[in-house]
Design a protein around this ligand. Structure first.
Ligand code: PLP
Length: 393
């Protein structure tokens, strides 16, 4: 039996920012040139946009202040009517329905299964009266995008991907974020690339990116510093509000040297996750839902369902896990969790979503930063199994 009084791995500790950033940051601070539109060309934010679009295989990228800002600008760029109904999975982060509300649209929550993926029956029913679809690949779990894209196409509705937690995930070999009309990513510290805060949107649609560029705060003729289709920007000049959600050069300078690290982070994260998943599944206490066939994941956390725990045993599992230094949380049993739809009181009356509610009451969440080594992963698994054993005793 392991002694859990020894030091638990810190699952909140980030990876260091690559050294290459230091020289660039020093030069940037020396120049004082932090605003993306001061330099005539090649500002760090503009270079990041080119590099990110190339990395993902999309035509355009626009770097902004957060993924939430990217989601908001995506909906605005689509020019949806006021109060347009936007389908979103009921299992996501509170910032997602918030971005929909911010864009003067109405979020319609779709049931999510115990696999953490969109329930396609509910989706097929609710899409009948929807105006747009925003798929949050929550915690990097990809829903059935073949079915979602074909239903959306049949109804003539645009799909926006919230790929905040899916950078590096592929579906049939294609990058998540390039499947819908627009894909949005986050550079917040708990994501695969860490700038503290930041976001980026990608698209192949020249009109959408032009509208998003202007609304992000490319005032006057600053859109000339983006690689846009000539004529489109002039068409939208002065026709759109300027929401000022730009990224600054310091963030881009922290992000750019991390791009070459992505492939390693993705493969380390996946092998760590799969190792832990196999041990958790073998324990008999937990079930880690398998990825879908076309999906190759890029996880930096793990989710698993408690098997045959009463609510009291589930709560006891959480408190026992805290004592080991590995705090597992259950989305639906922790107070004010921002990923539990009933806490989104700003939306008004709480919808009836029994499948999602049931999933949230059993689904555990543990961070698994990609830098963890095998002995640290073993500590985490042993701690979770020991907590489960005590909770069920
Ligand atoms: C982190 C996250 C967001 C919000 O990203 P920010 O950059 O913090 O705005 C949105 N959706 C999902 C699925 C996330 O994980």
């Amino acid at each position: 039996m392991r002694d859990f009084s020894t030091k638990a791995p810190n699952v909140y500790q980030a990876e260091p920012i690559p050294e290459a950033a230091l020289t660039e940051i020093a030069a940037l601070l020396q120049s004082g040139d932090l605003f993306r539109y001061t330099a005539p060309e090649n500002a760090p934010v503009a270079l990041l946009e080119q590099e990110f679009a190339t990395l993902l295989g999309s035509k355009y990228a626009l770097a902004v202040s957060s993924c939430s800002a990217a989601l908001f600008l995506s909906l605005k760029a689509l020019d949806l009517p006021r109060d347009a109904k936007v389908l979103i999975p009921a299992f996501t982060f509170a910032a997602v329905p918030s971005a929909v509300v911010h864009a003067d649209c109405t979020p319609v929550l779709v049931e999510v299964d115990e696999t953490y993926r969109v329930n396609m029956e509910d989706f097929a029913e609710k899409i009948e009266t929807a105006d747009a679809v925003l798929i949050s690949h929550m915690r990097g779990h990809t829903s059935d995008m073949d079915a979602i894209l074909s239903l959306a196409e049949r109804h003539g509705l645009p799909v926006v991907e919230d790929a905040a937690h899916s950078l590096g995930t592929t579906w049939h070999g294609r990058n998540i974020g390039t499947l819908g009309k627009i894909g949005c990513f986050s550079f917040q510290s708990y994501k695969m690339i860490n700038a503290g805060e930041g976001g980026i949107l990608i698209t192949d649609d020249p009109e959408l990116v032009t509208r998003a560029v202007i609304m992000s705060g490319a005032y006057e003729h600053n859109w000339k510093k983006h690689d846009l289709v000539a004529g489109l920007a002039a068409k939208w000049q002065n026709k759109l509000p300027l929401y000022n959600m730009r990224m600054q050069n310091l963030s881009a300078t922290v992000i750019r040297p991390q791009l070459p690290e992505l492939a390693r982070r993705v493969s380390d994260g996946r092998s760590n996750h799969d190792y832990v998943a196999e041990r958790l599944n073998a324990s008999g206490y937990f079930h880690v839902p398998a990825p879908l066939g076309p999906e190759l994941r890029a996880p930096d956390s793990i989710q698993f369902n408690l098997q045959d725990f009463s609510e009291e045993q589930a709560r006891s599992f959480v408190s026992e896990s805290k004592k080991t230094g590995i705090g597992a949380s259950i989305f639906g049993l922790s107070t004010d969790n921002a990923r539990a739809f009933w806490n989104w009181e700003f939306l008004g009356p709480c919808p009836d979503l029994p499948k999602t509610r049931d999933m949230l009451s059993r689904a555990c969440d543990v961070r698994l930063p990609v830098r963890l080594k095998r002995d640290e992963l073993d500590y985490i698994v042993d701690a979770l199994i020991s907590a489960a054993r005590l909770a069920r005793a």
